[in-house]
Design a protein around this ligand. Structure first.
Ligand SMILES: NC(=O)c1ccc[n+]([C@@H]2O[C@H](COP(=O)([O-])OP(=O)(O)OC[C@H]3O[C@@H](n4cnc5c(N)ncnc54)[C@H](O)[C@@H]3O)[C@@H](O)[C@H]2O)c1
Ligand SMILES: [Zn+2]
Length: 370
């Protein structure tokens, strides 16, 4: 005999949240968000670099009752062992289901604090306070959280949306220059895949961006957040449109891995964007003029600094790494095709297309010229 019992879980969840962007808004915005959330307890996750610089700021803003959890800065600590340690600290600090976790730092902090919030007591609320440009324009929006495993990057994780994202451009003043440039890769990417005017803005305002002019940074960061949030709202779980955010990342991830992660993510993605744009051109979708405009901007921001190195990397390793990328379904190497700046190629709801090995090698040869 077989009996079936239906478990009806058809529900509507509203996970909407706001991203606030401004200069010097941190403390006031935190107070505002907490007056709505009314958390019982608060834990802040941050890394050693940030703790050293912002310890007083954190104490003043969150008060003595908040627990500050500090982990040693760096991607190598983005793993389950660190999460396990943090878990113990949350219990020790007496956090309950009505508590709130604050991610204060770059993308590594955001991914770990969000993951921790997603699994602690089966999920507690968290807010993102991104402090690196990459975290401001990319990782803090979208709800992807997680850690690396020996098998690869970001393989363990959950989707868990923050309750609020607070972006204070003043934090960028202490960010190392290299990290600023690193974040610019995703900014340029957003222009290429979604918004021609935004690309032009990024192209024109280089001097002001490099000087961290507050109003320019607010404009640039809010533009990127608008583009990313539009994509994520349309496709939260990466079924279609969200793949476009992966532009430059197929080759970029492979270059990053083949360099044993010596080439930082943004710089590797820039190489990837130049290479994937080149393949788009070779296939007859992108004009030579548009391709040049893309590479000119990447170069102007210093993002193609490692391009010459791509020739010294083992091509076999690059191919192997791109085929293993978890976003490549069934081992086919797929990538986003750009027909013109601000647009992506779409065919029946599909936004990524097979890349041939020869095309990949050819593109890497081309990129080393930059
Ligand atoms: N969840 C997502 O959707 C998503 C998207 C893109 C990237 N990511 C993840 O983000 C991570 C990379 O982020 P990241 O580049 O910000 O790395 P990170 O968090 O390690 O920060 C980079 C460095 O900058 C320092 N730093 C950050 N803000 C600072 C500030 N204001 N002043 C001084 N120093 C500061 C950090 O201490 C660190 O040394 C990767 O793990 C990646 O997988 C996630
Ligand atoms: Zn990226």
């Amino acid at each position: 005999m077989i009996k079936t019992v239906p478990v009806s879980l058809n529900r509507t969840i509203d996970d909407s949240y706001e991203i606030s962007i401004g200069a010097g808004i941190f403390s006031e915005k935190v107070q505002g968000v907490f007056s709505t959330l009314k958390p019982t307890r608060v834990a802040i996750v941050t890394d050693t670099h940030l703790y050293k610089i912002y310890r007083d700021t954190l104490n003043v803003t969150f008060g003595n009752d908040a627990r500050i959890i500090v982990y040693p800065a760096g991607e190598s600590k983005k793993n389950f062992r660190t999460i396990n340690g943090m878990f113990g600290e949350l219990q020790e600090a007496g956090l309950d289901r009505k508590s709130c976790i604050v991610a204060f730092g770059g993308g590594v902090t955001g991914d770990m604090a969000g993951f921790l919030a997603g699994i602690f007591l089966r999920g507690v609320r968290f807010i993102q306070v991104p402090t690196s440009l990459l975290a401001m324009v990319d990782s803090s929006t979208g709800g992807k959280t997680g850690v690396d495993t020996p098998g690869g990057k970001n393989l363990m994780g959950v989707f868990h949306q923050p309750k609020s994202v607070i972006i204070d451009t003043d934090f960028l003043r202490t960010l190392p220059k290299r990290e600023l440039i690193n974040g610019m890769a995703e900014v340029v990417k957003h222009g290429i895949i979604a918004d021609r005017d935004y690309f032009t803005l990024v192209e024109k305002k280089r001097t002001k961006i490099k000087k961290l002019d507050p109003d320019t940074m607010i404009e640039v960061i809010s533009g990127s957040c608008r583009i990313k949030s539009a994509v994520v709202s349309a496709d939260e779980k990466e079924a279609g449109l969200r793949q476009t955010l992966n532009f430059g990342h197929t080759i970029g991830h492979a270059v990053e891995a083949a360099s044993d992660f010596k080439i930082p993510h943004g710089y590797a993605v820039a190489i990837g964007m130049a290479a994937e744009a080149y393949i788009s051109q070779k296939r007859g979708y992108l004009s030579g003029k548009e391709f040049e405009r893309i590479t000119r901007v990447l170069k102007a921001y210093g993002l193609l600094k490692y391009a010459a190195l791509s020739d010294k990397l083992d091509a076999g390793r690059i191919i192997h790494a791109s085929a293993r990328d978890k976003k490549n379904v069934a081992s086919n190497v797929r990538f986003v095709v750009i027909p013109e700046i601000g647009k992506v190629r779409e065919e029946n709801g599909v936004y990524s297309f097979d890349m041939k090995e020869g095309e990949l090698l050819d593109a890497l040869q081309k990129v080393k010229e930059f």
